[in-house]
Design a binder for this molecule. Structure first.
Ligand code: TRP
Length: 360
């Protein structure tokens, strides 16, 4: 069986370093590993509209931001198909048929939907499209017969729901869909990078994100004002490493070789952590080190972004070509699905012949 990746992001803002360690970095590695036959990376604008119905301009403006972030991280259109969800109408058709295979109570139990409804204060007025987006996400994944979906932990319930839909479809109508596996980030710190303010999640509205497109100076300022251990007042005080965002970022980004270059007092992160826990290591020194590490990682990304920014029409062209190629594949899957569901009347010569016989 072919190995096929599908994943994507909602274009509700620029991508930040949380997206990078949580998924983008891995995607580029998977792309370059050569282990996958096809890779689809989708800008999920239709899904973004399910809770931004009154703000389509925001979604429209962020398509290019996300595309630039993708390309600057090293996603290569020659190897990965980059496309826009709304340009594949077959996804809507698939969703419509999958809706018959899912109950309202099952959707209500989906933990991601549950927490997102709470976060958005939607309790009394949930848009139907939002409520059913796990079904549309199943369409996204199955349309491309994806075997592997690299996502963050928060998306696990979505993939589980997709697998259920696939099993149900294949049992009721016959084998047509592929049950996907999830691929989670390997490193625990990468599962969810906290905000620079120590809040559990980076979010645009909290203003606690470091964006991939931030200037070196922005990044430096954000790091130097990061939240750390609030009880670590004097350098000599013992500090807390667990739950300390500066160390979580280092867990996600730092390699031993960084110490040689930027902080030769230590040979690895554990030594630095031990010193911090013992007392005697100040936050400023750790933050300066983190700044060096992060700048090194972000610099090539910024450089590539500058290049792609020079030719925006070409970026749209990449997305257009990607969308056309994606559509061809989704069209084939939809044809399989309609055949299995017995709604392919005009292609079914046997059906027509039999009924003609019956009415003789
Ligand atoms: N729900 C994902 C997110 O919020 C985006 C997404 C839409 C997606 N369709 C997908 C991810 C299919 C993986 C597979 O980030």
């Amino acid at each position: 069986m072919e190995k096929i990746i599908l994943t994507g992001d909602r274009p509700t803002g620029k991508l930040h370093v949380g997206h990078y360690v949580g998924s983008l970095r891995r995607r580029v590695e998977l792309q370059n590993s050569g282990e996958y036959d096809k890779i689809f990376i989708m800008i999920a604008d239709a899904q973004a509209l399910t809770d931004n119905a009154d703000n389509p301009e925001k979604i429209r403006q962020n398509i290019i931001e996300v595309a630039l972030d993708y390309l600057s991280c090293g996603l290569d259109p020659a190897k990965s198909n980059l496309f826009i969800q709304s340009q594949i109408p077959e996804l809507c058709e698939l969703s419509f048929y999958y809706m018959n295979l899912v109950t309202v109570s099952r959707l209500q139990r989906n933990p991601t939907v549950k927490s997102e409804i709470q976060m958005r204060n939607f309790e009394a007025s949930i848009p139907v499209g939002f409520f059913t987006y796990p079904i549309s996400q199943a369409a996204d994944i199955t349309a491309f017969k994806a075997t592997t979906v690299p996502v963050g932990e928060d998306q696990l319930p979505m993939i589980e729901q997709t697998r259920e839909i696939v099993r149900k479809f294949n049992t009721v109508y016959g084998e047509a869909l592929v049950e996907p596996d999830v691929l989670l980030p390997e490193n625990k710190a990468c599962m969810r990078l906290p905000g620079t303010d120590g809040k559990a999640k980076m979010s645009k509205s909290l203003g606690n994100c470091i964006y991939l497109s931030d200037t070196p100076e922005d990044v430096r300022k954000k790091i130097m004002s990061m939240f750390t251990d609030p009880n670590h007042l004097k350098v000599s005080d013992p500090g807390q490493v667990e739950g300390n965002p500066v160390f979580i970022y280092l867990d996600a980004f730092c390699k031993d070789e960084h110490f040689e270059r930027y902080c030769p007092d230590y040979s690895c992160l554990q030594e630095m952590k031990d010193h911090y826990s013992r007392g005697g290591l100040g936050d400023v020194k750790v933050k300066k080190f983190l700044n060096n590490v992060l700048q090194e990682e972000l610099e090539p990304i910024r450089k590539r972004r500058k290049e792609f920014e020079k030719d925006i029409p070409e970026v749209y062209n990449i997305l257009k070509k990607g969308s056309e190629a994606a559509r061809e594949i989704a069209t084939k899957t939809l044809a399989d699905v309609k055949e299995k569901m017995r709604i392919n009347y005009f292609d079914d010569a046997e059906l027509i012949a039999k009924q003609a016989e019956m009415y003789k």
